[in-house]
Every structure is written in structure tokens, then in C-alpha cells.
Design a protein around this ligand. Structure first.
Ligand SMILES: NC(=O)c1ccc[n+]([C@@H]2O[C@H](COP(=O)([O-])OP(=O)(O)OC[C@H]3O[C@@H](n4cnc5c(N)ncnc54)[C@H](O)[C@@H]3O)[C@@H](O)[C@H]2O)c1
Length: 265
């Protein structure tokens, strides 16, 4: 397989050993890096072809593209990739909380006859959540619980003294749409749960700073017409980027394997 990667950071780098372990190393790699970062990208991926725009990525004709770069990269590169007929896995799903970008990408996918593939990422239970959608939802609640320091740099910092917390503190309750707007750096999971299930306006989000934990904990509680479930995932932080859970890397690898193997599960 010829894999196109947008981004060469924590997720992209950690992906390769997982694919190697699964005997699924891409035969060819093309990596889209920002202009001026070519040498850095080449050092991270010595046998890859490095390009700096979507046109060059498309010209390289990869079989599949995976975005693991961030919301700005989704906005800049994914539409032309889809329009060229290339399926694209989008890891920075929070970008799709912007309805205009979401519409643009869907139109590009339709025009190109391509698919936008959204992995579960850091969270889980997305299979049953998405499957139960036609049965209707009474409620979908996503709770994101992180150690206080993990919320540094977000609006939570203005609401409390993160370093002085001694008990768990719920600092945001609202819709997934508001969560994605107010906490864009943490928008991926809320957007994933919302897009798979009840939508951005009918998915409740609770964000919690919890001094008693050292890893990120995601909980999804669903009451649907055809069943109910509760799932709790403790993601181990990636050693290179504590904000990225290792589970995201494995989820992306699974999505790539499902696109290429005889059996998709
Ligand atoms: N779906 C999920 O559950 C989930 C979980 C964790 C992270 N993510 C998303 O994955 C993204 C990548 O995570 P990471 O830990 O690998 O981040 P990282 O910061 O380690 O790497 C990001 C990479 O993208 C590149 N990049 C940034 N902007 C770009 C642009 N406009 N064009 C091209 N390349 C660009 C950077 O140079 C870097 O190589 C995050 O931004 C986040 O949105 C999603």
C-alpha cells in the first residue's frame, strides 16, 4: 500500500511501529509537511517522499491518506484530497464541529467519489453508538476527565486555580458544539461522540479537572431506543505528547488495517 500522511508528529511516528508489528508497513509513504519543515519531516520518515501541499500529495497517487496534523491542516488539505478521489482518514475530528468545514468536506467527498473516514480515536464505543442512532436517543453524555494540569492553556485556567484543586471539579457542562468551540484543543472526542450519535447540539458534555488521576479518562453514557451502555476508557498518554492518548494511534492503525485487509473489524 502507498500511504499518504498529513503531518509527521506524535501520532504519525507512533503509527509506524504498530503497522510494522501487524506486518502492514506501507510499501510507499508520502508525507505532507509544512513548507520549511521538509528536512525535519525527512528525518522523521527517512524513506518517505516529502511534499508540502495537497496538489503534490495527490500527484503522488497514494492509495489512502491519513490526516494526523491538526484542525488547520484539515481545513487546508483534506478537501482537495477528497475531491481527487482519495479516501482520507481524519484524526483531528474536532475540525468537523465547524459546520461550514464539515459541509465543504462532505461536498468534496461527493464530488470526488471518496470517503471521509473518522476513527474512534481516543474514545471507544463509537461502533454501538453509531449503530444505535436509527433507534433514537434519550440521552448521550460524554464526560472528559483529566488531571488539572492537562487543562492548562484552556479557558478552565481562568475559572479556577488548577494547581490548588483538591477535589474533582466540573467546570464545563453544555452541548458538544459549545465544548468544541470553547475547548478546541480538546474537541476531538466530544466531536467524535456527537458525530457518531445524537449530533453536536444533543450531545451533553461534562469536562472535569480531577487531581486524583494521572491519565485522561473518557466516559460515554448512552440511553437509546435499542439499548443502553456506559463505557469508560483510561488512555495512557503518549510519551512524546502527553496530550495525545496512545489509544488514538492504535485506533488509526486499526482504521488503516481495515481499509487494506480482507476482513474489516
Ligand atoms: N481523534 C482523537 O481522539 C485525537 C486524539 C489525539 C489527537 N488528535 C488530533 O491529532 C492531531 C495530531 O496529534 P499529534 O499528537 O500527532 O500532534 P503533534 O503536534 O505531535 O504533530 C502534529 C504534526 O502536524 C504537523 N502540522 C501542523 N499543522 C499542519 C498543517 N497546517 N499542515 C501540515 N502539517 C501540519 C506538525 O508539523 C506535526 O508534524 C492533533 O492536532 C489532534 O487534533 C485526535
Amino acid at each position: 500500500m502507498h500511504l499518504g500522511l498529513i503531518g509527521y508528529g506524535t501520532i504519525a511516528r507512533a503509527l509506524m511501529p504498530v503497522l510494522a508489528q501487524e506486518q502492514a508497513m506501507p510499501a510507499r509513504l508520502t508525507v505532507l509537511a509544512r513548507a520549511g519543515r521538509e528536512a525535519e519531516a525527512q528525518a522523521a520518515f527517512p524513506r518517505a517522499t516529502i511534499v508540502t501541499d495537497a496538489a503534490a500529495l495527490i500527484a503522488a497517487q497514494p492509495d489512502l491518506v491519513a490526516e494526523c496534523a491538526g484542525q488547520a491542516a484539515v481545513a487546508a488539505h483534506v478537501a482537495p484530497v477528497l475531491r481527487a478521489g482519495l479516501n482520507c482518514i481524519v484524526v483531528s475530528i474536532g475540525a468537523l464541529a465547524d459546520p461550514a468545514l464539515h459541509d465543504t468536506l462532505r461536498a468534496a467527498a461527493r464530488d470526488g467519489g471518496a470517503r471521509i473516514i473518522l476513527p474512534a480515536g481516543a474514545v471507544g464505543g463509537i461502533d454501538i453508538l453509531s449503530a444505535l442512532r436509527p433507534s433514537g436517543f434519550d440521552s448521550v453524555v460524554y464526560t472528559g476527565r483529566k488531571p488539572p494540569r492537562a487543562w492548562a492553556g484552556s479557558p478552565a485556567e481562568a475559572l479556577m486555580d488548577l494547581d490548588a484543586l483538591t477535589a474533582e471539579t466540573v467546570f464545563f457542562t453544555g452541548t458538544a458544539r459549545d465544548a468544541a468551540l470553547q475547548y478546541p484543543k480538546n474537541a476531538n472526542v466530544a466531536a467524535t461522540v456527537a458525530l457518531a450519535g445524537a449530533g453536536l447540539d444533543k450531545t451533553e458534555v461534562r469536562l472535569i479537572a480531577d487531581p486524583s488521576i494521572s491519565a485522561n479518562v473518557h466516559e460515554v453514557t448512552v440511553r437509546a431506543g435499542a439499548g443502553e451502555f456506559h463505557i469508560r476508557i483510561t488512555g495512557h498518554p503518549s510519551p512524546d505528547n502527553p496530550r495525545t492518548s496512545l489509544t488514538t494511534v492504535y485506533s488509526l492503525a486499526r482504521e488503516i488495517l481495515n481499509q487494506t485487509r480482507e476482513v474489516a473489524i
